[in-house]
Design a protein around this ligand. Sequence first.
Ligand SMILES: [Mg+2]
Length: 227
Amino acid sequence: MKWIFFDCFNTLIDEADALTGESGMEPIAHVPVAAGVFDHPDDFMAAYFGWRSSAWKDGNAYPEVTLPERLRSLLGPRCSEALLGPLVDEMIDTFKRWYPATLTLTPGVLSMLEVLAPHYRMGVVSNFFLPGTVDEVLEQFHIRHRFAFAVNSADIGFKKPDPRIYVHALSLAGCSASDVCFVGDNLENDVRAPIRHGMYAVHFDRRHSAAATPRIASWDEFEPVFS
Ligand SMILES: [Mg+2]
């Protein structure tokens, strides 16, 4: 049996900023300002992106740093331990209230999954910085049952393109890499790295941003490739 491994965000499920990058921190940036830890939400955002660019990678390994861990790193030097815990909790709660409402099903996903389900086994391999979220959002859109597994980087401690996440997904599938077509919007994580592991790959490239082939601009065009 052949497998299809899907990326989740901006592949199956669109974030509000699907075409501009990682989900924003803007909706939680007012919380540390209200607590007096930053003067302005823009100051928090600048500090977050500064921290992120310095902490993103560790040699050839890509550890996933969860959102609570990120906030503790960022806010810890600026406030007391007594304030830090409640502040991080409030920011996480705010994020969890806000985030699901920003999501939409990527156009064409439901019919694509219905057409493919009789012919392939399917799994999800996703980066996300809160444990459990990938299962939750797939349930939110009633598509979790389509997939044999859903890997979430925050649940396993490393993220794409760390080699371990692909090995982990293959072990869950119980198949060899040559039985897998990976598809997703990120050229490195969802195309190049899977190919390095011996999988086939299709770039879900709505922005026409890359010259990778094969590529598709909508789910209507998707045909899994295995040679
Ligand atoms: Mg993605």
